[in-house]
Structures are given as C-alpha cells and as structure tokens.
Design a binder for this molecule. Sequence first.
Ligand code: ATP
Length: 197
Amino acid sequence: MLKIGVTGGIGSGKTTVCRVFQTLGVPVFFADDVAKQIMVSDPILVAGLKETFGPQSYREDGSLDNKYIAGIVFNNAAELAKLNALVHPAVFRAFDHWVAEVPADCPYVLKEAALLFESGSYKMCDRNILVTAETQVRIQRVMERDGVSEQQVRARMDKQMSDEEKMKMTDYILLNQQDHSVILQVLDLHHQFISGL
Ligand code: ATP
C-alpha cells in the first residue's frame, strides 16, 4: 500500500483536494485534525505537554488550554520546536495505527499535513503532492473562509515555508486554481497510484 503525503500552504486547497480523493474512495488521514485530538487523548503526549509547559496546559475538565499553549509558542521558535518535538512523533504513531486498520487490498492512502515537509513526515511517505495556487487566489480564499484581512493572511503566509522550497522536495505539483482541471489532475494521479506507478 502506497503512502502519499499531501501538503500546501495556507489557502492552497489541500483539504479540498483531499476531499476529492475521498470521493474516489481513497482513505485520507488528516494529520492536523488528528494532532488536535491526540493532544487530549494520547496519554504519552498529554504527559509530555504537562511536563514541558506545566499542568496549567490543561483545564480541570481535561480539555487543552489552547490559548495558554499558543501564548507560550507564539513568536518563540524554541518553545514551538519543543511543542513540535512532542506532537509530531505522536502524530506519526497515530498514522501508523491508522494505516494498520486500512484494508490490505487498498492500493494507497493519503496523509494530509500542513507541515509535511517541515516535520520530516514526507520522508515516511512513498510520494508527496504539493497543492498550490497563485498567491492572490490563496489570499482571497482565506479572506472569504476565515473573514480576515489580506494583511492577516499575508502575515500567516510569511511564517510558512515557501512553495519554492517545497517544490524542491515534492514529487507532484497540483495546481488548484478555480477551474475544473483540479478534478482531472486528481484523476490522473489516482490512476497512477492505483496502477502502482
Ligand atoms: P489551510 O491551510 O488554511 O487550512 P487549505 O490548504 O486546507 O487551507 P482549503 O481549506 O481546502 O485549503 O481551501 C481554502 C478555501 O478555498 C476553502 O474555503 C475552499 O472551499 C476554497 N477552495 C479550495 N479549492 C478551491 C477551488 N478549486 N475552487 C474554489 N474554491 C476553492
């Protein structure tokens, strides 16, 4: 079974592209959603977070105090690195467990992760897809989706690894502009993956 990583910068439409693959019956692991879940449910990770950032990382009802954690790691590269060093391996473990549950005759699965390249996760995938779109299109999408300003989107974009860097590491580039070619590109990749190419 092939493991295919999918990533893309903010507003590139990586989640949307993965949803298209899902309509073809392809199992998709959404790493960022899983990361949020296991920060509450994985005992090893919870213990590590409490040890690193203090017991106040969790409220009395066991829920994660996102604001508290965000306050520590925001604009602090060293603290962010500590958080990632705890969360990324836990997500890798969760992915392995998830893959083990996928029927063995399934030709391939997707792993969607915003930090696919930054976390090193791409090295554990057989192939990787970078979803991209023109900067202005991405900005417009996020402004509409999140109700934020162009400046706010650009500030988030500036913190991410550039598409140019990601292009050096990816196997496929999927251009997700507003047209129907997205579906054709997905079908093309799907046919390659199901025939084991
Ligand atoms: P983020 O990293 O911010 O979570 P993302 O890369 O996962 O973003 P999506 O959430 O899939 O991006 O897409 C961003 C927005 O753009 C969504 O509102 C989505 O519906 C829209 N969108 C994505 N692709 C297209 C497309 N081809 N045509 C029109 N709208 C699109």
